[in-house]
Design a binder for this molecule. Structure first.
Ligand code: ADP
Ligand code: MG
Length: 244
């Protein structure tokens, strides 16, 4: 058995007196898609942010691709290069074209030359179905298209794992489907993915596992059919009933 791509062990995170993560244990295998669901404030974003060290854990360990990212001596830039992150807000550079949004980080962070960065940009724009927008500026794109550019930008860095924090929550309902279709394609291509989402249809159809968090702990972790279809815990049932 090879090691999981993402391993979280006894992870705690406090902000001052507020203990937001209270002992999280989670393993995500290579090519596995795990959806994280749970009420607002339950610590979902903090958990994702601890995986790529946007937040420093208070206690516990995180491994990505077998490397302990919580090791004080770790090369944090090398860690982040392996982890693609997509946020609710797309965070594109507004003054750069779509292609430039994809090439700049490759050149700055990975040191790729112009031609190589452009080739990888084109490949990943095609992957998200936006080749024809290569020269457009973010402001001229719909929210769904901007989010697909943000996904392509993350993919262009060649990550081992992709983290998504409510990638469709800021979108008009009619634009959600295109973004989820891109994510579904990534999952089918074997990308390891951790996805915080309220899209239960996506979780049910695409996730290998669903994790329900509440109050900084994992309450349930199982197949979508089990966690969404027949939750064991009252807290999970209560959360799911409010989504319908
Ligand atoms: P979720 O993503 O599940 O809605 P979060 O992880 O964003 O939850 O937040 C969990 C708790 O942590 C909330 O009470 C929030 O106020 C607190 N929190 C998150 N980030 C910070 C921060 N940078 N400083 C202080 N408190 C924070
Ligand atoms: Mg959040």
């Amino acid at each position: 058995m090879s090691r999981p791509e993402i391993e979280v062990r006894a992870l705690h995170k406090s902000f001052g007196d507020n203990e937001v993560l209270r002992g999280i244990d989670l393993e995500i295998g290579r090519g596995e898609v795990v959806c994280v669901i749970g009420p607002s404030g339950s610590g979902k974003s903090t958990l994702l942010r601890c995986v790529n060290l946007l937040e420093e854990p208070s206690k516990g360990q995180v491994f990505v691709g077998g490397t302990e990212v919580t090791d004080p001596d770790v090369d944090i830039d090398a860690v982040r290069r392996r982890i693609g992150m997509v946020f609710q807000q797309f965070n594109l550079f507004p003054h750069l074209s779509v292609t430039e949004n994809l090439t700049l980080p490759q050149r700055r962070v990975l040191g790729r030359d112009k031609a190589e960065a452009a080739r990888v940009a084109a490949e990943n724009l095609a992957r998200v179905g936006l080749s024809e927008k290569a020269d457009a500026y973010p402001a001229s794109l719909s929210g769904g298209q901007q989010q697909r550019v943000a996904i392509a930008r993350a993919l262009a860095m060649g990550p081992r794992v992709m983290l998504f924090d409510e990638p469709t929550s800021a979108l008009d309902p009619e634009l959600v489907g295109d973004v989820l279709a891109v994510m579904r394609g990534l999952a089918e291509d074997g990308m390891t993915m951790m996805v915080v989402t309220h899209e239960m249809t996506f979780a049910r159809e695409v996730a290998d596992r669903v994790v329900f968090m509440d109050g900084g702990v994992i309450v349930e972790d199982g197949s979508p059919g089990q966690v969404i279809g027949s939750p064991r815990h009252e807290r999970t049932r209560h959360f799911l009933s409010r989504l319908l």
